[in-house]
Design a protein around this ligand. Structure first.
Ligand SMILES: [Ca+2]
Length: 333
């Protein structure tokens, strides 16, 4: 009985140490060889002697493993920081066919265009960042209720952790004004998959103005009491001047409790983005719901741009990626 307990304890220790530091597989067989030799020794040696030999072998191997763990931890501590998490693109849209068909790809329809009033999304050569075409979204904010939204849900249906990003260009600063005082650029909605007409915005990425520049804010919708909580980009973290292409992405970890996360990053160089906002331990959807993402020209009444209530957003090279779980260097994926 004691031998069995020790054996299982030794196995657990060896496995833990091996998996933690990716020690060569030869360590474990070495330990097992010694244990096997001990256990197959002639009975004449006596049970006590075999137990003593076994304990000694176990002790020696654990000392070696601990020394190796210490050495590996020391070398890991002096290594450069790991590269950003690997990601894989699940879907992209460059509008190069001159249509918005990419948005419908996957499933019977993996997404699509949804307009209210004068809101419209079109492909336009004037909105191209790369290639020939881009996406131009427009809506008139003289009255409320005009909006256009380009949705994707195939990726958030099949992956719980995704990054939704695109290159954006605002021809002039977008000023949300009275009476509505909002501009909805992108959002995660919470949708009942069994009854999609039951849906509610959960996290909205909006634009405001300071220092003569647009900046981002996240509006968090408390799905329990219906309140909205606004989280502004920190002071000084603004978007570049109007007319400049800027990458804006929203990372989503879906949760219908409080284990979710919403991260907003932006920058003119995708290799060195600024983390604008990072909301952890949050709810992103109602129980039984799924999240969907859309990028929008959705102005509240009173929004202006360049002195006009006609609001324009140009978008190109849209990408949705899966967030891959971090891996321990040296371990197989
Ligand atoms: Ca394009």
């Amino acid at each position: 009985m004691r031998r069995n307990l020790l054996l299982s304890a030794a196995g657990a220790v060896a496995l833990t140490l091996v998996s933690a530091v990716a020690v060569s597989a030869s360590v474990s067989p070495s330990l097992l060889d010694k244990l096997n030799a001990t256990l197959s020794a002639p009975v004449a040696n006596g049970v006590d002697q075999r137990q003593k030999d076994y304990n000694q072998a176990l002790h020696d191997e654990i000392v070696k493993l601990e020394e190796r763990v210490t050495a590996l931890e020391k070398s890991a501590g002096s290594s450069p920081p790991p590269a950003p998490l690997p990601m894989s693109a699940l879907w992209t849209a460059g509008m190069e066919a001159g249509t918005l068909d990419e948005w419908k790809q996957g499933l019977p329809a993996g997404g699509g265009e949804y307009n209210d009033g004068t809101g419209a999304s079109i492909t336009s050569m004037a909105a191209a960042r790369t290639g020939t075409y881009g996406l131009r979204q427009t809506a008139d904010a003289a009255v409320g209720g005009n909006a256009t939204r380009m949705f994707r849900w195939a990726e958030t249906r099949s992956h719980t952790r995704t990054i939704q990003g695109a290159w954006y260009r605002f021809p002039a600063n977008i000023f949300p004004g009275a009476p509505s005082n909002f501009f909805n650029l992108a959002q995660f909605k919470s949708v009942d998959p069994l009854n999609p007409s039951t849906n509610v915005p959960a996290w909205v990425l909006g634009l405001k103005v300071r220092d003569n520049l647009n900046y981002l804010y996240l509006a968090e919708h408390d799905l329990t009491n219906g309140n909205w909580i606004s989280h502004n980009a920190p002071a000084g973290v603004n978007l570049p001047a109007a007319g400049t292409w800027v990458w804006i992405e929203m990372e989503l970890h879906q949760s219908d409790t409080t284990t979710g996360r919403v991260i907003v990053r932006s920058g003119t160089d995708r290799a060195s983005l600024t983390t604008v906002l990072d909301k952890r331990n949050v709810q992103t959807k109602a129980t039984g719901h799924e999240n969907v993402w859309s990028t929008n020209c959705y102005p509240g009444e009173g929004t202006t741009q360049g002195g006009s209530t006609t609001i324009t957003v140009d978008v190109d090279d849209v990408e949705i990626s899966a967030v891959v779980a971090p891996t321990v260097p040296g371990l197989p994926r």
